[in-house]
Design a protein around this ligand. Structure first.
Ligand code: ZN
Length: 135
């Protein structure tokens, strides 16, 4: 996969959510389509039931609802987003879950609000983020 394409207003929505949840990690599921590029169409903000600044676990009901919503709209969950109170790189724990969920993982640092995207195949790859202005 070459890149992940996200609308500016989706990024703004994520940053706003992250600020609201600080210092805990905020999580969101990104719905969209995957071809050569991953195209994000919609964001579903979900609860981190651990309410922790170092790890997250998505509320299972909200996770189920997000999958249903994606299915109804003929989309997939193409990326998992969460925030870090440190640098925007996957933690050891993240890597464990990335192996189970080989979609794009977006991480936003709450230190400098830098956003990065990764995918774990046989090794960790950084994915280019293309932020699209509103249509
Ligand atoms: Zn993490």
């Amino acid at each position: 996969m070459k890149a992940i394409v996200i609308d500016r207003d989706v990024v703004d929505k994520l940053v706003e959510y992250v600020k609201r949840e600080m210092p805990n990690e905020a999580v969101a599921l990104l719905l969209g389509r995957q071809n050569d590029e991953v195209e994000v169409e919609e964001v579903v903000l979900v609860s981190n039931i651990l309410k922790s600044p170092t790890e997250f676990h998505v509320d299972p009901t909200e996770l189920y609802m997000a999958y249903r919503k994606a299915e109804q709209k003929n989309m997939d969950i193409v990326a998992i987003f969460h925030s870090h109170p440190s640098s925007p790189y996957p933690s050891t724990l993240d890597m464990k879950f990335m192996k189970l969920n080989p979609v794009v993982w977006l991480i936003l640092s709450t230190i400098n609000f830098e956003l990065k995207a990764f995918v774990l195949k046989d090794k960790l790859y950084e994915v280019k983020i293309m932020i699209r202005k509103k249509k």
